[in-house]
Design a protein around this ligand. Sequence first.
Ligand code: CA
Length: 201
Amino acid sequence: MRLLVVEDEARLSDLLKRALEDAGFTVDTVATAADAESALALLPYDAAVLDLGLPDADGLSVLQATRRGGSAVPILVLTARDAVDDRVRGLDSGADDYLVKPFAMTELVARIKALLRRPGGALGLTLEAANLRLDTVGREVQVAGTPLALPRHELAILELMMRRLGRVVPKAVLEEKLYGLDAEPESNTIPVHVQDRCSAA
Ligand code: CA
């Protein structure tokens, strides 16, 4: 699952990216409202974390532009301003949730997962295919009841394939879901991930 983090403080942006990647997400980061609007218009993100205090515009304008564009992507707003006004404005503008800085990373990850678990959210609960079970919240795979430890990228590939069971999944779709905007995947990366498991099975 792919998330967008919009945060201009580099250190916080890095912390957010790392915490969300550790939780199994693919994460793109941008630092301006302009880049955030482009990214949200361009790519089908599963959710976004949006700081309100951005250098070029108020984060609320990103939120409003995204909703005006017809996107219902879940958005969690971050605000340093501990003011009721901002929270109300954020929720009125189409935010799904908000956190006031400073916050605990564990809290942020839990809130994002809660947004994704909502009806219509990107996190189904458990995916099943033949004797395979994948818990998309706990990030656990079982084969015929036996737990199987998978690296993050392989788990992400498996999840995407299980969500599209019976349909062909183009390599370009896998690459788009798996890699951040700034990562240039080697062209053979995905065949290698898939082949390893096929030959091990
Ligand atoms: Ca900021």
